[in-house]
Ligand binder design. Structure first.
Ligand code: SF4
Length: 313
């Protein structure tokens, strides 16, 4: 998947992968019968860059409270941001809310099933569109996330990791079974990367695939150094999270001083974090100069007006 010329070699046979998945599949709530396409879409929004164990309780509470797109669309922006809790990357919550509005108003409260229409929804990118088409509508479409990319890279190309490539979709599409097991094969491939063929410590002793070029080659190191885990402590992301915590905890707008105490170590960073929350539309400033979650600021002033006012001071 990295520009390496493919040579005949191991593939990923459905028979091995599906038999393993029948035994090893995790009991995840969004995989249960009766879960709607919308609820699967919600899980995919939440699972972007967030581990399953953190998503599970939030997803369960979310779909119990807002089971449909129209129920989600009717919720206030601030309620949605509160329910998102500590999942991180809160712009996703805003985009999910916008997606709910679009699905309820333009698609009869039904998540579209074809990839091209899914791609027109707010917050839905190449991965999410195909994941929904595959997992919610049982379509034979390639679903490529980092887990899938890693397994294919190791098994078929002998490389520890592979960056995203324009060829990924075609390569994974060619692996899919022709019959109705294709969606399950996609889920199994992703699961293998998530729980066995992990980035740092692949459990090859538990791997159902009989051939793997990377293992056969003695696990050669990646050409590029492994990406270091993203630091969180001390980042703008953490500062934004602290400011949002203050606003989530208050049902009325708060003062600037109340926000300031949430991040005392670096005032410039705190200003930057607040600016970005205003620009992202996650926070509003009221006409009286207080701050609130989106939708709770009454007659809020715009982020641009806030910046102008700050420059004047
Ligand atoms: S043999 Fe090891 S490296 Fe190869 S796919 Fe299986 S778990 Fe991954």
């Amino acid at each position: 998947m990295t520009g390496i010329v493919p040579e005949p070699g191991p593939g990923i046979e459905p028979v091995h992968l599906l038999a393993w998945f029948d035994e090893a599949e995790r009991d995840l709530p969004w995989r249960k019968p009766g879960v709607s396409a919308w609820q699967i879409l919600v899980s995919e929004f939440m699972l972007q860059q967030t581990p399953v164990n953190r998503v599970e309780p939030i997803w369960l509470a979310w779909v119990a409270r807002w089971p449909t797109p129209s129920a989600t669309a009717a919720a206030g922006s601030a309620d949605v941001l509160r329910a998102w809790g500590k999942l991180g990357y809160p712009r996703r919550a805003k985009r999910l809310h916008e997606c709910a509005v679009t699905v309820s108003t333009e698609h009869g409260d039904e998540v579209p099933s074809d990839v091209d229409t899914l791609l027109t929804l707010p917050g839905v990118g190449a991965y999410t569109a195909r994941a929904v088409a595959c997992f919610a509508y049982q379509q034979r479409v390639p679903v490529v996330d980092t887990n899938v990319r890693r397994v294919v890279s190791r098994v078929m190309h002998g490389c520890a990791e592979a960056p995203a490539s324009a060829r990924d979709l075609d390569e994974v599409a060619a692996l899919l079974p022709e019959d109705a097991t294709a969606p399950r094969f996609s889920a199994a491939l992703m699961e293998l990367g998530a729980i066995v063929c992990t980035a740092r410590s692949p459990k090859c002793g538990l791997c159902p695939l009989p051939e793997c070029r990377w293992r056969s080659a003695g696990y050669p190191a990646a050409a590029a150094p492994a990406r270091r885990a993203q630091r969180y402590a001390g980042t703008d992301r953490q500062a934004r999270g602290r400011l949002l915590d203050v606003l989530r905890a208050s049902i009325t707008p708060v003062t600037r001083a109340q926000l300031d105490v949430a991040w005392l170590s670096d005032p410039a960073q705190r200003d930057r974090a607040l600016d970005s929350l205003l620009v992202d539309g996650l926070v509003e400033q009221t006409a009286a100069g207080l701050f609130a979650l989106a939708g709770e600021g009454g007659q809020a002033v715009s982020a641009q007006a806030f910046s102008q006012e700050k420059r004047r001071r």
